[in-house]
Design a protein around this ligand. Structure first.
Ligand SMILES: [Zn+2]
Length: 349
């Protein structure tokens, strides 16, 4: 690896460089995190999702919060609307979906999101409803025809199908310990990892003009070769890094050059994202600490070439020391390509 230090950003450059966190969940009307983002030269794309577990606000409340902040803080806040899903699922649900999507776009959404409950929770005729099921054809045709970007979270990290002790990163062990319903190793009767990925790929083959962003490294986080194969096959696909940077760090332990080359080869297709969740409760200080830590440690990983550690990964890995122009694309410009409705006010003054 030969990169001159003048071609790299420093750790201190973080506050100077305009950045977008392409996948957060801003579920409070408190502007405390907006103010923090402004201080750090960061902008948020907040993602709304339609599901009822986990104690998150209902989708109408999420939409109201988004509507509030695109008026109050358009310089740092944009949002992606939720595609509404009935749970339990019924076909009636899909009948009003395009009208609802037009409604959220009118409010200012820059795209729409489908969550992993498609493929992992919602059922029809007693089988899990996958994204390539004919039930979704009308919706996907509509998005493809109108060039409305779809952020899709389909499937889960491959670790989800492994016992806890075989998982590769500690954050997955923590998540699936807390969420056994989604730990597919415990549910061998349900579709496997390959079936989830195949349904998503099949959907993309059926909708070649759909502007698609694969959330969480498109659930191919375990192998940069697998992500690269999808990006090669589906030219309208981009991916966000939300909550999966640790999987790149894990792969750096054994395959450093390959990971770095992947980031350089696909510098036009990757969107930086933390997946931080901001909500109303007593822990504002802790939430600020958490987002500060993620932003700073991940910036360190992408911009510097020293040996690093994080609680999520067992073992030391080297930072990627990506050139400035690659960092600028991943942290800023690519979001405008993925989401053309992103407003000009996101550009620095
Ligand atoms: Zn998320």
């Amino acid at each position: 690896m030969e990169v001159k230090s003048s071609e790299l950003y420093s750790v201190q450059d973080f506050d100077k460089v305009p950045k977008i966190d392409g996948h957060v969940h801003y579920y409070t009307t408190d502007p405390i995190f907006i103010e923090y983002a402004r201080q750090r030269n960061m902008r948020y794309i907040s993602i709304n999702v339609d599901f009822k577990d986990a104690g998150w606000p209902e989708k109408e409340e999420q939409l109201a919060i988004s509507q509030y902040f695109i008026k109050e803080a358009p310089d740092v806040f944009a949002f992606i609307g939720a595609v509404p899903m009935c749970d339990p699922y019924s076909s009636i649900c899909m009948s009003g979906v395009s009208a609802y999507i037009q409604h959220v776009l009118k409010i200012g959404a820059i795209g729409v999101k489908i969550w992993k409950n498609v493929g992992m929770k919602l059922r029809t005729e007693n089988r899990l409803l996958m994204i390539d099921h004919p039930e979704f054809k009308g919706l996907l045709d509509f998005l493809e025809d109108k060039k409305i970007p779809l952020l899709g979270h389909f499937g889960e990290p491959k670790n989800c199908w492994l016992p806890l002790e075989e998982m590769t990163v500690n954050s997955d062990i923590k998540y699936f310990t807390k969420n056994p319903d989604y730990h597919m190793y415990l549910h061998p009767e349900l579709p496997g990892y390959e079936a989830q990925i195949e349904a998503r790929d099949n959907m993309l083959r059926q909708h070649p003009d759909l502007p698609f962003v694969g959330a969480h490294l498109a659930s191919c986080e375990w192998s940069v070769d697998e992500i690269a194969a999808r990006l090669d096959s589906y030219p309208n696909m981009m991916v966000d890094l939300a909550e999966r940077v640790c999987h790149l760090q894990h792969q750096c332990i054994e395959n450093y050059d390959k990971v770095r080359q992947f980031m350089i080869d696909f510098q036009d297709r990757l969107i930086y994202a933390s997946d931080i969740i901001h909500f109303t409760d007593e822990t504002y200080g802790e939430q600020i600490e958490e987002v500060k830590h993620r932003w700073e440690s991940q910036w360190h990983f992408f911009t510097q070439g020293d040996l690093q550690t994080t609680w999520q990964v067992n073992g030391e890995f080297r930072g990627l020391a990506l050139p400035k122009e690659v960092i600028d694309k991943i942290y800023f410009h690519n979001a405008f390509i993925a989401y053309p409705r992103l407003k000009y006010q996101f550009l620095p003054a």
